[in-house]
Design a protein around this ligand. Structure first.
Ligand code: NAD
Length: 481
């Protein structure tokens, strides 16, 4: 059985304690590989390698760093089909989704920041006739990057690319559930000639490897994407040491549909925003609000379209809906569907595991796309993040009412608004507490814009300029003239 090892000081190294964790293919429920179960010693070795690499890497001209990042992007692109397949097997997501979203976006992260560092400008301010200030931006040093399982390569690249582009060296801790494409990234970095120690990847659990990274005294910057509860643990550990942290956390995003919206666009887009990656995208619109006059029509058309989604082996080209990532996620989804029934919800479709989608996948973690109506905005199913293929649909009567509904959870990651009335869209976008509001679209991304959450969805922002700022420390020099 293949074993995934750590990437430390430019080489692949087995974990120091010799322990490994099983990796399960979600579509089959079978163990198909193992991954290093690293300890604090492995993290310490990775941090030491990153510290050693920092002086040379941070002083390397931007054009040379840029060329290396571009080579990484090129190699990711040349290996795109293999990477998409690896990610599909590792996560249970349809191959076509990995091919069209995860891998191209990972390539784009490296390409974007390779170019961005060539165009970075610095600031200078003249203070009356007394002084000139200029602001230097220097890399932080060794940064810790912790990422989740739902978009494993994309979200890792989203941190690694800006961190190393700006001259930091990094220790990354990918999710132990889906480590395979991170391992491929390590191999690609070696092939691209990334100097040893600039990026180190330590695999293993959050409790051991992740916590050791957060606590390491030589890592003073942590960029984390994952659940809100984990974010709280990390914030507590980092606060007494005054570490700089960015937390990208959970969501419970509203998808708001006015009666004047074009339903021919809204229905397929809402299907994607509800069920993409089996509902395991932090930006999924899990609460759908439809203006009263067209509520019944929406429900009918949406349920009909949901029933047509093809659940199947993620590796089959025709599959729209693959497996949940783990037994734990499947159990969580099942729990919330039962809770919805207890809370008075009506399950209009789905709500169960499908019959075996194929002989190969008979023990996989599949769950049917599920549509629920009849629940109030305050019930637990509408307040807590499920992170699965479960959406609720609720009617609303006015703009004020739907603004209150949208803002009624502790989360504030993203929202979608569908209407032909753009004045209303601007007005509502301003009122909704979320880091991103999409109007007549969903998950359209431009790497230049800030990305992140409000309230319990996060602290800090990533995205182009924000990431360049986060991973560098400003220092002002004031010269009297
Ligand atoms: P998670 O919080 O369980 O794990 C995320 C990462 O943190 C993993 O690598 C894990 O090993 C590590 N970790 C766990 N405990 C840790 C600890 N004490 N110290 C340090 N590291 C620790 O999240 P998950 O289940 O992998 O991902 C799903 C969650 O991620 C959902 O809540 C989803 O909304 C969120 N998410 C958010 C965004 C965003 O951009 N806001 C993007 C994707 C996913």
């Amino acid at each position: 059985m293949s074993k995934i090892t750590n990437y430390i000081a430019g080489e692949l190294r087995p974990p120091s304690a010799g322990e490994y964790l099983d990796i399960i293919e979600p579509a089959t429920g079978e163990v198909y590989a193992q991954v290093a179960d690293s300890t604090a010693d492995d993290v310490a070795a990775a941090v030491e390698a990153a510290r050693d690499a920092f002086p040379q890497w941070s002083h390397m001209p931007a054009a040379e760093r840029s060329a290396i990042l571009t080579r990484i992007a090129d190699l990711l692109e040349q290996n795109a089909e293999d990477l998409a397949r690896a990610e599909s097997i590792d996560t249970g997501k349809p191959l076509k989704l990995a091919r069209t979203v995860d891998i191209p976006r990972a390539v784009n992260s490296f390409r974007f920041f390779a170019a961005a560092i060539l165009h970075a400008h610095s600031e200078s301010h003249a203070t009356d006739y007394q002084a000139i200030n200029y602001t230097l931006r220097r890399p932080q040093g060794v940064v810790g990057l912790i990422s989740p399982w739902n978009l494993p390569l994309y979200l890792l690249s989203w941190k690694v690319a800006p961190a190393i582009a700006t001259g930091n060296t990094a220790v990354a801790k990918p999710s132990e559930i889906t480590p395979v494409t991170a391992h491929r990234l390590a191999q690609i970095c070696m092939e691209a000639g990334l100097p040893s120690g600039v990026l180190n990847i330590v695999h293993g659990t959050g409790a051991k490897a992740g916590a050791s990274l957060v606590e390491h005294p030589d890592v003073n910057t942590i960029s984390f994407t994952g659940g809100t509860a984990t974010g709280e643990v990390i914030a507590r550990a980092a606060a007494p040491k005054f570490k700089k942290i960015a937390l990208e956390l959970g969501g419970k995003n509203p998808n708001i549909i006015f009666a004047d919206a074009d339903f021919d666009e809204v229905i397929p887009a809402s299907l994607r925003s509800s069920f993409a990656n089996q509902g395991q995208v932090c930006l999924c619109g899990s609460r759908v609000f439809v203006e009263q006059q067209r509520y019944d029509e929406f429900v009918e058309r949406f349920v009909t379209a949901t029933r047509k989604l093809k659940i199947g082996d993620p590796l089959e080209e025709s599959t729209d809906h693959g497996a949940q990532v783990s037994q734990a996620q499947l159990d969580k989804v099942t729990y919330y569907v039962e809770l919805a029934k207890d809370e008075g919800g009506e399950i209009l479709c789905g709500g169960r595991q499908p019959d075996a989608v194929s002989e190969r996948c008979k023990n996989g973690y599949f769950f049917e796309p599920t549509v629920i109506t009849g629940l109030g905005v305050e019930c637990r199913v509408n307040q807590e993040e499920i992170f699965g293929p479960v959406v609720t649909i609720m009617p609303f009567e006015s703009e004020d009412q739907v603004a209150d509904y949208a803002n009624s959870t502790k989360y504030g990651l993203s929202a979608s608004i569908w209407t032909q009335n753009l004045t209303r869209a601007h007005r509502l976008a301003e009122r909704i507490d979320s880091g991103t509001v999409w109007v007549n679209c969903w998950m359209l991304r431009d790497l230049r814009v800030p990305f992140g959450g409000m309230k319990s969805s996060g602290v800090g922002r990533e995205g182009g300029a924000e990431a360049m700022r986060f991973f560098t420390e400003p220092k002002n020099v004031c010269i009297k003239i």
